[in-house]
Write a protein that binds this ligand. Structure first.
Ligand code: HEC
Length: 292
């Protein structure tokens, strides 16, 4: 009996020591190392641990490293390069892909393009100033697709005409059977000069981050789709000014507006924005859920 107790105490001590953690220059002990270090090869993770490996270190390294793709694999978006008939055609396709031909634009194979502006008002102004070109050409297809996306994602608030009177916000009109809008803040009216004269960066930034009660649409629209929506907004703005913005003509030349004029127009909007922010705060958590 006495020995049994002594033995159990010893076993407990041994167990505790066996699991002592690493500290200072002591490496510590592990009880059942295969619980800590997986025996399986983990792709893209080099964590060779000599105790419980089936193979040698060299073999381990080989298996966890990324493999080269199967011969003949074509990166997404590069099919025109792969299908080119000869060297000259391949060169043309490659140049188009890299945005080196007139009217073309660089486009990453996975369709994702990084955005280097932060979600602040200063950065909104910087994006408005610096992003002056829609990288996609105006085509009938891009305008049609832009319209479709705009109606789905923006028109409900900003209105099918872009005048800020989408069905979620428009006023009650019982005679026409229109019930009062349920969205509490006024969406931007793209027909105002401050928007018609702003560079496209202002729209792109708004899609990426939203503003106040408007949430981001970056996860709903791909890079290309964002610019298609902007093409469509531009065409609505042009229409309201009796100008043309289409595949054949573009008389809607917002580049003529100097930045100083754009900036001062944006600054003048501070008042309504502050009102929106106050409403935003007054509404509390409900709006936060809306935001992202
Ligand atoms: C749920 C309603 C709602 C939807 C949907 C919506 N917006 Fe907005 N948007 C707003 C509101 C409200 C504001 C005003 C925010 C403010 O200035 O406080 C706004 C502001 C903007 C602005 C002006 C930002 C600035 O620089 O002042 C742009 C541009 C814009 N939205 C574009 C879009 C686009 C493009 C879409 C579709 C992808 C979209 N919005 C979808 C509600 C919405």
């Amino acid at each position: 009996m006495r020995y049994t107790i002594q033995f159990s105490i010893l076993a407990c001590v041994a167990f505790v020591i066996a699991c002592s953690p690493a500290k200072g220059d002591r490496t510590g002990h592990e009880y059942m190392p295969d619980m800590t270090h997986t025996v399986g090869y983990e792709a893209n993770l080099y964590d060779y641990y000599y105790y419980n490996r089936w193979g040698t270190e060299a073999e381990y390294k080989k298996f966890v490293n990324p493999r080269t793709s199967v011969h003949g694999t074509v990166a997404r978006g590069q099919i025109s390069v792969a299908n080119a008939a000869d060297g000259a055609a391949r060169m043309m396709a490659m140049q188009a892909f890299e945005g080196e031909n007139a009217g073309s634009f660089a486009y990453t194979p996975n369709g994702s393009v990084p955005y280097y502006y932060a979600d602040t008002e200063e950065e909104r102004a910087r994006a408005t100033k610096e992003i002056t070109q829609n990288p996609f050409p105006i085509t009938d297809a891009s305008l049609a697709h832009g319209k479709e996306l705009y109606i789905i994602y923006c028109g409900i608030c900003h209105g099918d005409k872009g005048d800020g009177r989408g069905y979620l916000v428009r006023d009650e009109d019982p005679a026409k059977g229109i019930v009062a809008g349920i969205y509490p803040a006024a969406p931007a009216n793209f027909m105002l000069d401050t928007f018609t004269r702003a560079n496209v960066g202002r729209f792109y930034h708004a899609i990426m981050y939203g503003r106040n009660v408007m949430g981001s649409y970056a996860d709903k629209l791909s890079y290309k789709e964002r610019w298609e929506v902007i093409h469509y907004i531009r065409s609505l703005e042009a229409q309201s000014k009796k100008l043309e913005y289409s595949a054949t003509a573009n008389t809607f030349n917002n580049e003529a507006t100097p930045w100083a004029a754009m900036e001062s127009a944006m600054k003048k909007e501070v008042a309504p924005m502050a009102a929106d922010t106050a409403m935003h705060e007054a509404m509390g958590s409900e709006v936060h859920m809306n935001q992202h």
